[in-house]
Design a protein around this ligand. Sequence first.
Ligand code: ASP
Length: 353
Amino acid sequence: MAGSAGMSIAHARAAGAKEIAIASSNGARACARAMEVLKAGGDTLEAVIAGVNLNEEDPGDSSVGYGGLPNEDGVVELDASVMHGPSRRAGSVASLRNIKTPSKVARLVMEETDHIMLVGEGALRFAKAYGFVEENLLTEKSRLAWLVWRKSLRDPRGHNNWGGGLSKPTAWLKRQFPGVDESTLAWAWEVAVNPPTGTINCLALNAKGEMSGVTTTSGLAWKIAGRVGDSPIIGAGLFVDQDVGAAGSTGRGEENIRVAGAHTVVEDMRRGMSPKEACLDVLKRIARNFNNDRAKLAQFDISFYALRKDGEYAGASLWSGAVREGKRTPRTFAVNDGGPSRLEPCAYLLERS
Ligand code: ASP
């Protein structure tokens, strides 16, 4: 197996490697931007960071950077990691507050220090030393969602210290946020009841066969202050091996950390699995951690993305997409290989009924 994968990689190199960027489903714009940078001759790490900066700076993306949903104290805490294939280096930051673009800070950790990871107060001081300016990352929309979440909490007797609960959420919210529209209210209610995960992972390969990756996130909504997910953990949320390929993940980080997911995907590819097989193999390990109990596994989802050095790629999720009105909406991931970005369906391990 390993021999045949080695041959196909060598063959691709001889034929000229493809330029390609892949990302989680929120990364169509990011992939297009990354491709622009690659085509202009930029480095693969510069490309993926330029791509995800669009999400980090977008207040409309509530899972990454500015506008990300906050922790349980109402404070946005960001995690990010980068890996640069050609130099085989990595950098990351975790629990970083008040800086919109943690991916850029992670890159500086990689380039300007002999450390790999900075967290919390130290990461913030480091960012400020390099000229980053502190900003409030909590948008009004995210603050609204956080207040709704706080009001939705109940002790076993149904009591909540934050007032009369959500018996009339719409009236209360409209008083607090005059002018807020119905769809934002519905969204705030939904994210309060079902704390979302988010994140963007982006991986790129250039024509020289060089690869890099980045993963950046505001993590799990309403997390305990200081909670670090998989995104900044090298080998879990991201892994790049210039000899083999790159992998990243979005979704429930705790489950990913337990299987060192991105590293395992890359090692599986090294042993000859295709990107799709490798992602599914890691999802099987996650399922095994729950004795394949579908009821337990149904409580979360997680996806992996893999880009092999010869340009072959895949995305795979634990669960098939949601079924709405009898129709399955597949989970997707973003791909750009030179034209417009497109969303492709993820493979999946388990079918939702
Ligand atoms: N993996 C991220 C985390 O656990 C969240 C996500 O991707 O949705 O922090």
